[in-house]
Structures are given as structure tokens and as C-alpha cells.
Design a protein around this ligand. Structure first.
Ligand code: SAM
Length: 289
């Protein structure tokens, strides 16, 4: 029997008198096949440390702990602390940290792994209301996570793993794919959660690149240019750039020059540019920074 077996989950929730908080994105997994598939996708072994975000009552934690060297799980909801102490009592390789992951000093916490030199993966069924902030917090932490294998709403997974010239392609694609490759591993139906969320879910596997996908002089400016290019998706690149940098003659001349240097047509839309082309564009636009 596992925590995630429907009857077991139900009994745990009843025993502890737990009521779900929608505002915390609490949708617990009750399908052990899916959990098995998640840990297989994450390729966890006893030489892997894992960070989990939002363990809930421990459904996924249990599956990770069976395979990993150690698990550090961040859970914001105080009410889950006594429940996790109960459900995970048989594991000596799990530490639950009662903190908001967005405020947690991850770099400090990971020093507490018994073997801090092992590769660290993030494996989680994320709270959907903060999927993007969590991913950005993980990336910005500069911790060399080797992989994220995380569940999120399918629509966000599609955006992160998108290719140019699609509706889903945007600044989020670039923010993540700059550092990591991203691939949807499998889709998860609403029916395997209690309570069922309103949207379909997907497991997204993101693997850190040895080096960022493109070389840029100023990362912040590169991301800013990408955001500008997607600001009004129906407008041409030229119109979006002009709205952002100004409509003076001086800007017009510089923009024309920059686009020529980058060999990019002013008439295309931002969504047509590959990440490499965005990098070229950002370099060429540096005089306007
Ligand atoms: N891992 C469990 C499972 O798969 O059944 C629960 C996943 S549930 C989708 C998301 C979990 O994230 C909840 O337990 C929720 O309380 C927790 N959570 C929400 N916001 C959080 C935050 N800012 N920091 C840490 N945990 C958070």
C-alpha cells in the first residue's frame, strides 16, 4: 500500500481532519502508476539528492525517498507538518522544511544534504498558481540543479517547451530554454487528483545545458528584448521595438541599423525568431540599452 492509494489518502485526510486549501494549489495525486512514471522519468538513484516542492501528504515524497539518496521537501502549509511526520515516519532520508519555497534560501539549505556533492534534481507536483515564479526562483538561485521533472498545468508545459512560430512560444520559453532543454514527458488527466483541478496537467522534464544556449553580453537585456518582442503578439517586431525604445528619429536610425546588423527583417513578428536570433538581436540593440 502507498500513501497515494485512494483509500489510504482518504483515510489519512480523515484521520487528521484535513481540509484542502484551494488557494495553496492543493490537488493531491492518488495514482501510484503516475507516481512510478514520474520517478522513472526523473531517473533517480541512490546517488541523487532531490528537492521536492509541496509534498502535500507525501504521495510523491514516498516514491522519491524509496530511490533517492535524500529528499528535502519544502511545504508552506503548517497543517501538513504533523501529517507528513506520520506518513513518512519510516524514512530516514527525508527532511521536510516548513517554508514558502519562494522565500527559502535554497543555496543555504542544500548545504545540509548529508552528501552535498551529489547531483541535485527537482522533482515535484507543483502548486499551479505559482509555477512560473517557482521555476524562476530555482533558476535564479544559481544552484546547479541537473534536472527538473515537474508536474504543472499542461498549457504552461506547452509554453515552456514550445518552438518558434507557434502560439505557445513566448518569453517564458526563452527564459527557461536559455538554461535548460525542455520536453513534455507525458500528460496527466484531471481525474487522478483529489480534488480534481480544472485543467489538464503534464510532466515536463527540463535538463540543464552545459552552458546557456546562446552567448550574450548582457543577460538581463537579452531577456528584456525577448519580452519586448512578444509584448503585442500581433504587432511586427519593428512596432514592438519602436514602442519600447521610442519613436524619435535617432531611435529609428539605430533600430534600422541594428536589425540590418542582426540580419533580421523588421516586418516579422517576435514569435518567428529563434533563441539564437534573439541573442543576435539583443547584441545588435546594445547601443539602445
Ligand atoms: N506532492 C503532493 C502530491 O503530489 O499529491 C501535493 C502537490 S499539490 C499540487 C501542491 C503542494 O504545494 C501543496 O501541498 C501546497 O500546500 C504546497 N504549496 C503551495 N504553495 C507553496 C509554497 N509557496 N511553498 C511550498 N509549498 C507550497
Amino acid at each position: 500500500m502507498h500513501i497515494a492509494d485512494y483509500q489510504v489518502t482518504k483515510a489519512i485526510l480523515e484521520r487528521h481532519g484535513f481540509s484542502f486549501k484551494k488557494s495553496l494549489g492543493q490537488n493531491f495525486l492518488t495514482d501510484t502508476n503516475i507516481l512510478q512514471k514520474i520517478v522513472e522519468t526523473a531517473e533517480i538513484d541512490d546517488q541523487t539528492n532531490v528537492i521536492e516542492i509541496g509534498p502535500g501528504i507525501g504521495a510523491l515524497t514516498e516514491f522519491i525517498a524509496e530511490k533517492a539518496a535524500e529528499v528535502m521537501a519544502f511545504e508552506i502549509d503548517d497543517r501538513l507538518m504533523p501529517i507528513l511526520a506520520d506518513t513518512l515516519r519510516d524514512f530516514d532520508n527525508v527532511t521536510v522544511i516548513n517554508e514558502d519555497v519562494l522565500k527559502a534560501d535554497l543555496a543555504r539549505h542544500i548545504k545540509n544534504f548529508k552528501n552535498p556533492n551529489l547531483p541535485i534534481k527537482v522533482v515535484a507536483n507543483l502548486p499551479y498558481y505559482i509555477t512560473t515564479p517557482i521555476l524562476m526562483h530555482l533558476i535564479d538561485s544559481k544552484i546547479p540543479f541537473t534536472e527538473f521533472v515537474v508536474m504543472m498545468q499542461k498549457e504552461v508545459a506547452d509554453r515552456i517547451s514550445a518552438s518558434p512560430n507557434t502560439k505557445a512560444y513566448g518569453s517564458l520559453t526563452i527564459a527557461v530554454q536559455y538554461h535548460m532543454t525542455a520536453k513534455v514527458a507525458f500528460i496527466v488527466p484531471k481525474t487522478v487528483f483529489v480534488p480534481a483541478p480544472n485543467v489538464d496537467s503534464a510532466i515536463l522534464k527540463m535538463t540543464r545545458r552545459a552552458a546557456p544556449m546562446v552567448e550574450v553580453t548582457d543577460e538581463a537585456f537579452f531577456f528584456k528584448v525577448a519580452k519586448i518582442a512578444f509584448r503585442h503578439r500581433r504587432k511586427t517586431l519593428w512596432n514592438n521595438l519602436q514602442s519600447a525604445f521610442g519613436k524619435t528619429e535617432e531611435v529609428r536610425v539605430q533600430l534600422t541599423k541594428s536589425l540590418e546588423n542582426a540580419e533580421i527583417s523588421p516586418k516579422i513578428r517576435g514569435e518567428a525568431l529563434t533563441i539564437k536570433e534573439f541573442a543576435k538581436l539583443a547584441e545588435a540593440l546594445l547601443p539602445l540599452k
